[in-house]
Design a protein around this ligand. Structure first.
Ligand code: FMN
Length: 372
């Protein structure tokens, strides 16, 4: 069978809160403007959920003036991104990613809700107060990212008791494959215990037994092609979140040199760094990480006070993560830090978001299809 004639069974729609998502794919939020309005609207136009990452969104905006009013600038930049994405995808489902660990978490949630975000995905800490900050628009779906069944239980019970609402979905991110900050300690990495294979079925069973399947489980981390999606659904997930797959799209909001770095990278170029957020992070091996590993001085001056707790600001023994990620997003491949999932290095060429969806839905143009 040729690649172009490959056919696949339709994927089931995903129901989260009041939304029916025609294609059960959520695009993972990628901070410091790697997923801004362009990527989010392109994904939403294909029937998935487009996610604008809110962390340090202002740095590449007209609102940020170095050292001045970083938080206000983030609010204005987020309003712009939401408006632009809604204009580009009027019928699409567009949400935001708000990290608990950032200082303006509450402001990012409130701004998202007030400016029409359909969904808020929230991790890097347990979003215990998310329903309170999002209360002005109950239709916004709230989706916490968790790293274990224990965390899911705790959060759902807490939200039910305090806010009389449940998470509209729960997203599990596999730290063994996901990109960016990872939700476990470095010494827990690469253990089976925290893998999707173990945790997704536990969560699906818990949702079924305790909540009559009312909380759909979303699987994230290491999802690249249609077989990965089918596998996640067979484990009990109702949908997937994919981030690394969208890095080398024309619509991804980062600089072309940032995207080229993935195309040039090889499998051994995925490394783990210790983020000043106190979490391990998965990144590409670049001059920045090599310098970091050899004790070089790398962007060590805090200039955005983005994180609640930050070893760069407090102990001056790390690097400024906002600055390092921003440099990469702007195309500075010498001094920038590039986050990636284990799959980021599989990119061989640039694509349009539309082509990726076509491949995932029909098999057309897929590696598997081509091999068949
Ligand atoms: C460049 C990059 C930046 C990311 N930034 C964020 C972020 O700001 N907030 C967040 O919750 N997750 C972030 N992530 C994690 C993704 O949203 C996603 O859950 C994860 O990477 C899924 O694994 P995959 O990349 O294998 O698809 C980031 C991932 C990448 C690759």
């Amino acid at each position: 069978m040729s690649a172009s004639s490959a056919t696949l069974a339709p994927l089931p729609a995903l129901h989260i809160g009041q939304y029916t998502i025609p294609v059960p794919i959520i695009q993972g939020g990628m901070g410091v403007r790697v997923s801004g309005n362009r990527l989010a609207s392109a994904v939403a136009n294909e029937g998935g959920v487009g996610i604008i990452a809110t962390v340090a969104l202002s740095l590449a905006s007209k609102y940020y003036k170095k050292g001045k009013d970083y938080y206000q600038a983030n609010v204005k930049a987020l309003i712009d991104e939401l408006q632009l994405s809604q204009e580009a995808s009027p019928g699409g489902i567009i949400g935001t990613n708000c990290m608990v660990a950032i200082r303006d978490f509450e402001a990012m949630v409130r701004t998202s809700v007030e400016h029409g975000a359909h969904m808020i995905i929230s991790g890097a800490g347990l979003p215990l107060r998310l329903p309170e900050f999002a209360a002005s628009r109950p239709s916004t779906a709230l989706v916490p990212i968790i790293s274990s069944l224990r965390a899911a239980r705790l959060l759902a019970a807490r939200w039910r008791k305090l806010y009389r609402r449940l998470p509209d979905a729960i997203l599990f991110e596999d730290p063994n494959t996901a990109g960016g900050h990872l939700g476990i300690r470095r010494n827990q990495l690469f253990s089976e215990e925290y893998s999707s294979e173990q945790v997704v079925p536990q969560l699906a069973e818990w949702s079924r037994a305790e909540y009559g399947d009312e909380i759909p489980i979303i699987s994230a981390g290491g999802i690249w092609n249609r077989s990965d999606i089918d596998r996640a659904l067979s484990l009990g997930a109702k949908g997937v979140q994919m981030a690394s797959r969208f890095l080398c799209t024309y619509e991804c909001d980062a600089h072309p040199r940032f995207k080229q770095a993935f195309i040039d990278a090889k499998e051994s170029d995925v490394v783990i760094v210790d983020s000043p957020a106190g979490l391990p992070g998965r990144a590409l091996n670049t001059p920045f990480t090599r310098s970091l590993f050899h004790g070089g001085r790398v962007a060590s001056k805090c200039f955005a006070t983005c994180l609640d707790a930050c070893t760069c600001r407090e102990e001056k023994d790390a690097f400024c993560i906002a600055e390092a990620l921003h440099r990469a997003q702007q195309g500075d491949m010498e001094r920038g830090l590039i986050f990636t999932g284990t799959n980021g290095v599989r990119h061989t060429h640039m694509s349009h978001v539309r082509d990726i969806f076509r491949e995932l839905l029909t098999g057309e143009g897929s590696e598997e299809g081509a091999a068949a």
